[in-house]
Structure formats: C-alpha cells, structure tokens
Write a protein that binds this ligand. Structure first.
Ligand code: HEM
Length: 524
C-alpha cells in the first residue's frame, strides 16, 4: 500500500557561483539571507515592478541588504512567496528572523527594563515573569494573527479568541484584582486569585497592545473594562449572578453607553431619559448614545440616564427598542464603535446600578482604574514604535549608510526612548501604590497622580508618533509595507489622548487636587 505521508525533502543546495549564472530576464535567481529564490516568472507580478531586479547588483546576486531596506520580514513568510524559494547556499545558514512567537525582543528598549537581560526590578516577582511569558505566547499565537486579519477586513474578533481568553479567565482578570476572581482558575492556575495584583493586570494590558491593532485591542472587550465595573460594584446580587458569568465566559458582551451627540463629559447635559412606569416596576428609556465602543455587538449596555433625581446608571439588555449602528472612525471598525438609539425601552428597576440620582458616583468610581489601563496600553504602544524605528533605521540605508548613522536620526531615537522609559517607570510606581492602597484610598490619593500620568503618557505618545513618522518618511503614512505599524500608531494616537478625559482637563484635575491638599500653615 502506498504511503500518504509527506516526505520531508532536504532543500537543494547551490554555490554562489552557480546562482550567479542565473542572471538574465528568462532565467533570474537572487539570494536573500542564504536562501535562493527563482524570480523569473514572479518579476512580472512583483508589486515593486520588474525593473528593480535588473539593477546592477541584483540578478544572480545577494540581494539581502537591498531587500530588507524595502520589505518587512513577513513578506518572505507569505505562502505565495515562500514558494519562490528553490534552495539554499551550501554551507550557509539564515541569519535573519522576523517575529518569534513568545520571545522577548532583543532590540534595545523594545522591552521594558524589567524584561531586559540583566535588569532587576523591585516590583515584578518570579510569578509575574512566568505570567508574562504565558501571556506573550498567548498573544503571539492566538491574538496577533486574528488582530492582523480583522484589522484588514474590519470585522469583529473571531469568537474563538474570546473563548480562548475565557478559558484563561482573561476577561475576569481585566477587571483587576478583587472578589470577582474568587474560585476562578487564572492563566491555567499560574496565579492564585488572591495573589493576582495590578502588576499582573498591567502585564495583560501591555501584552495585548503588542498586537499593533488599536481598534482590535478595544474590540477585545474594552467595553467590558469600562462597562462591567458598575455592575460588579453596584449591581444587585441577582443581576451580578446572571450577567457577570456570561461576560466572563466571553459569550455575552457589555459596553458603557454615556456620551451623546449632545453631551459627553457634561453628564447633566445628557438627554437620554429614564422615567418610571406608574407601578414603579420599570424604567422607560428613550434617547441616543454616540461613540460607544463595542456597541455594535454588545448584549448589555451600561447606560447613563437623566432621571427625576438627576443622573442614574441603568443596565439595559439588547431587545425591543434598542438599535445599534456602526460609526466609521479613524481606526478599524473591529472595535464596534456604535451610535445607539433607545426607543421606549422597558427595563426592570432592579437593573438600576447604585442609587437613583447617584450615577455620577457610579461613573467616578471607575475613572482611576480606566485611566491607568489606558496608560499601560499607551506606554507599551510607544515601545512598539521604538522597536520599529530601531530596526528601520539600522536596516535602511541612505547615502550608502544606515539611517542611524545620522545624528538627527539618533536624536529622534533618543527622545522617544527617554520618553517611553520615563512613562513606564512612573507607571510602575503608580501601580505599586495601587497594590498597596485600598480602592477608596486610591480614589483620594491617586486621582491626581493618575490624571498627570495619563496626560503625560499620551503627550509622549503623540510626540513619539510624530518622530516615528518622520523617521519612516512617506512609509509612515502608508498602510502597508515597512511603515504600517507607525502609520497605524500615528493615525490612532490622538484617540488615546481623548479617552478618559482630554489632556488639558486631566492636567487641571491633577493641579486642582494638589491645590486642595496644600497645607494651610506653610508659607514661603
Ligand atoms: C523574493 C523576492 C521578493 C519578494 C517576494 C518581493 C515582494 C514584494 C512585495 C509583496 C512588495 C509590496 C510591499 C510590501 O508588502 O512590503 C514589494 C515591494 C517592493 N519591492 Fe519587492 N520583493 C522581492 C524582491 C525585491 C528585490 C530584490 C527588490 C530590489 C532590488 C525589490 C524591490 C521592491 C520595491 C522597490 C518595492 C516597492 C516598495 C515600496 O513601495 O516602498 N523587491 N516587494
């Protein structure tokens, strides 16, 4: 009986002299990193044109340097191009690799100091290190491929990614440390619920951001990070028992629906109303909401409403009278950003979150955590830009030398590295304080610090995006090819600066808190 198994074949080997003979239009080979490619037929399909293959030093020769000055490594990994490889150079081994799943980057400053060889940290334990390694592997293997594919087609994340996240209890861990983790197996048992702290959560946020797709990152339950805490902290026991397991299992989705076309942070200007039915058993909710992350696919909506007593937060389930429409934003539609209409939606009063009229307290209670998560994400995105820029400026040559041999280029790298290091170090300090303060203490002592940190982080992010764009030139505004991550970051960075309070507002909040805490007995 004939075997159906695949037979592994050793690649054909060639000497460089042999390859050099294939140097004409009808017989054209090149070498890239010791691999031999037959581009005879491909040259006419080449996105960069056929003529480039006939430059002096290309036909039959080693094109490694010129190739990596123009293409990302991932080009060679695409199946349609892998097929062009016909063999290898005898006695040589490939020296260059692209993204290695699960590995730490060896590019200087592409990882935070605590993940850099030889560096110590007062904050991260052995458990955090193991947790980070597991999280990185998960992101590289499960999240990254889906993120890139969905970023391209604009669809929401594949359900299996939510399911795999739920198996590790990642949706629950993204709510931070607390009682909600009790009894759950976290990261396959790698960390006990009572040992899970804000540094574990920081690791989760910072690893997910590495997928380099901002809209997709938000699609992976950002709505839950901001929409579920009001249910967790202010929902009735019955409501929690029903909603929380559904959201943690990745089967149902929740979002926060406060901002409107009429009003955003001015919650008392909101026009969505909730009025009680005569028997007092239901709310009738009518109004609209805008810019609601995850809204297009959410099953639950944590809605800010105008009520008789002021501002009240109510949990609404998707059903009669609820309609969601996608809004086109400058990042991908994967995030499910929605315009929502509530048309006489009938909701049981048991769905009220917190006191009637006490909605502002419900909202404020999560602001610190929400802003801190944004800082974690922004700090790590900036490092992604460093990784890209360090590689680009060393592999791209101009005037016969790598870009990084120019002082002006090095000055930009210096500025982005210094900014990112300062952001991460401040963030780790704040995270340490969070680990050692009650939630209440955090609210009073850290609101100013976190407001400043958020303001500073996103300002740094914008400067780094601009520097990155300048280093990539035209490629920094091109959505494919070498500069695609820098283009993406430059496009979405203003959004980071808006969320959770615009920079100037946060700055002012921090200073006002400081002024309030000024001792009365101190004079110059
Ligand atoms: C196996 C060999 C090659 C493959 C599979 C390949 C593939 C590609 C692809 C897919 C692109 C589109 C942009 C991107 O996705 O990065 C591209 C662009 C380009 N390629 Fe190649 N290429 C090869 C070799 C070369 C060589 C040897 C040269 C130069 C001598 C070259 C010059 C260019 C240029 C100038 C562009 C346009 C770049 C831009 O728009 O920034 N390619 N190539």
């Amino acid at each position: 009986m004939a075997s159906t198994g695949t037979v592994f074949q050793e690649p054909r080997t060639f000497t460089r002299e042999e390859v050099a003979k294939h140097n004409k239009e009808g017989d054209l080979w090149i070498i890239i990193d010791s691999k031999v490619y037959d581009v005879t037929r491909f040259k006419n399909l080449h996105p960069g044109g056929a003529s480039v293959f006939f430059d002096d030093d290309i036909p039959g020769q080693d094109a490694t340097d010129v190739f990596f000055g123009l293409h990302r490594f991932e080009v060679l990994e695409r199946p349609q191009y892998q097929r062009l490889q016909i063999g290898v150079i005898a006695g040589e081994k490939p020296q260059i690799h692209g993204k290695v799943d699960g590995a730490l980057s060896k590019v200087p400053y592409a990882e935070p100091a605590w993940l850099t060889d030889g560096f110590k940290s007062p904050y991260f334990t052995e458990n955090h290190r193991k947790f980070q390694a597991a999280m990185r592997k998960f992101v590289d293997e499960v999240i990254y491929p889906d993120a890139q594919a969905r970023e391209a087609d604009g669809k929401r994340p594949t359900q299996h990614v939510f399911d795999r996240m739920a198996e590790l209890n990642l949706h629950a861990m993204r709510m931070g440390p607390g009682k909600h983790l009790k009894g759950l197996t976290l990261m396959n048992g790698l960390v006990k619920p009572e040992e899970f702290d804000y540094f574990h959560e920081l690791i989760i946020s910072q690893e997910i951001v590495r997928c380099g797709a901002r809209g997709y990152g938000d699609a992976l339950n950002a709505g839950c990070v901001i929409g579920l805490p009001p249910v967790l902290n202010f929902g009735s026991p019955e409501l929690k028992a029903r909603v929380i397991p559904e959201v943690f299992s990745g089967k149902k989705f929740i979002c926060l629906a406060v901002s409107e076309a009429h009003a955003g942070s001015d919650v008392f200007g909101l026009q969505t109303t909730a009025t009680k039915t005569e028997d007092g058993k239901h709310w009738i909710i009518t109004g609209t909401k805008k810019w609601i992350t995850n809204g297009t696919f959410a099953d639950y909506f944590t809605v800010g409403c105008k009520t008789e007593d002021g501002f009240t937060v109510i949990l609404v389930e998707r059903g009669e009278g609820v309609e969601t429409k996608p809004i086109k934003t400058s990042y991908s539609s994967t995030a499910g950003t929605a315009y929502i209409t509530f048309d006489h939606v009938k909701v049981p009063v048991e769905n009220t979150l917190g006191e009637e009229g006490g909605g502002i307290f419900v909202m404020l209670s999560n602001f610190n955590h929400e802003r801190w998560v944004m800082c974690c994400c922004s700090a790590r995105s900036q490092r992604l830009v460093i990784d890209e820029c360090m590689k680009w400026t060393s592999q791209r040559k101009a005037f016969g030398k790598p870009l990084n041999s120019q002082p002006v280029v090095r000055a930009k790298l210096a500025a982005m590295i210094a900014r990112t290091e300062s952001v991460q170090n401040w963030l780790e300090n704040v995270t340490y304080q969070m680990c050692n303060m009650s939630y209440k203490e955090q609210a009073s002592k850290l609101a100013g610090q976190i407001a400043f940190l958020k303001m500073y982080t996103t300002r740094c992010g914008q400067e780094t995006a601009r520097d990155g764009l300048h280093l990539f030139g035209g490629r920094g505004v091109t959505q494919s090819g070498m500069g695609r991550f820098v283009e993406h970051y430059y496009r979405i960075v203003p959004f980071d600066a808006l969320l959770g309070g615009a920079e100037d507002v946060l700055a002012d909040l921090g200073v006002r808190q400081a002024i309030r805490a000024m001792p009365k007995d101190t004079k110059l």
